[in-house]
Design a protein around this ligand. Structure first.
Ligand code: P6P
Length: 283
């Protein structure tokens, strides 16, 4: 696993350089789920594919930007599912964006098959958070000579102060609207940039709160992809002492995608906020 994490540090440095120096324009193509692709999406995906293609531990890679699975080494131990540049639609306004990685055992592309997860934050500083199942996540920062050093071990408090409500409010269910409003009525502060990685990173580093992306009338199954986005962050939140569930109260890490691009409604938070969600949803 350490070899994989070392490769992620190299990927982080290379994509950070691409973001700061390359063209932000749109390519002529769309990704596997029909999203317009930025040239940076394509460049980031290529950096990850090139870097992981010679890692013997890697059996195959699956990118949010591609329809198909890419075989690497038939004797490899892990499948790596990744979103090469999450939030690329806000990179042109100079917001922080990220890459997300899920490291799955063999062909077991389910919550239970997830062994480790990591994400990179391309912001004013280049940062990386890595976690293996059941161990506290480690927060690293890139220094002057491009070397990453550990900054902290990530631990969520029982209750936080931040509320990151995703999706379009006019399409939310009345239950979800009432729940989100109840947190604001308790004094929670709105922290939502439209980038899943920086929004969740902030909650993790500030000790807690709630990030939600519910099912809604426009997107009944939510927007966030299970293999590349929701499940990796679920492992990280649980490893940090929090919870990650869907609208029926199921642990995201108990879910089994039917298709590699499946999405799920998702709630990531400290224990208090997830308990409040269960109460509001009558779970
Ligand atoms: P909305 C970015 O496109 C993304 O996939 C996540 O990074 C982010 O949390 C979400 O979409 C934002 O979606 O509908 O709230 O703008």
């Amino acid at each position: 696993m350490l070899t994989v994490f070392e490769k992620l540090k190299h990927i982080a440095q290379e994509i950070d350089k691409a973001i700061k120096n390359e063209d932000l324009g749109y390519s002529e193509n769309q990704n596997a789920t029909g999203d317009e692709q930025l040239k940076l999406d394509v460049a980031s995906d290529a950096i990850i594919e090139h870097t992981l293609s010679d890692v013997s531990l890697v059996k195959q890679i699956i990118s949010e930007e591609k329809e198909e699975i890419m075989p690497i080494n038939p004797d490899g131990k892990y499948t790596i599912c990744y979103d090469p540049l999450d939030g690329s639609s806000i990179v042109d306004v100079n917001f922080s964006v990220g890459s997300i990685f899920g490291i799955y055992e063999g062909d077991n592309l389910t919550g239970r098959g997830l062994r480790a997860a990591a994400y990179v934050v391309y912001g004013p500083r280049l940062e990386l958070v890595v976690a293996t199942r059941g161990h506290r996540p480690r927060h690293l920062r890139s220094g002057t000579r491009g070397l990453f050093s550990t900054r902290s071990i990530v631990q969520l408090k029982e209750k936080g102060k931040l509320n990151a409500p995703g999706g379009t409010q006019k399409y939310w269910s009345p239950t979800h609207k009432a729940f989100i409003d109840s947190l604001f009525a308790e004094g929670y502060r709105l922290r939502y940039s439209g980038g899943m990685v920086p929004d969740l990173h902030q909650i993790l580093l500030k000790g807690g709160g709630l990030f939600s992306y519910p099912g809604a009338s426009d997107r009944p199954k939510g927007k966030l992809r299970m293999l590349f986005e929701a499940l990796p962050f679920a492992l990280i939140f649980e490893a940090a002492g929090g919870e990650a569930i869907d609208e029926q109260g199921r642990r995201l890490l108990d879910l089994e995608p039917e298709h590699i691009h499946d999405t799920t409604p998702c709630f990531f938070g400290s224990r208090y906020e997830i308990a409040k969600m269960r109460e509001a949803y009558g779970l």
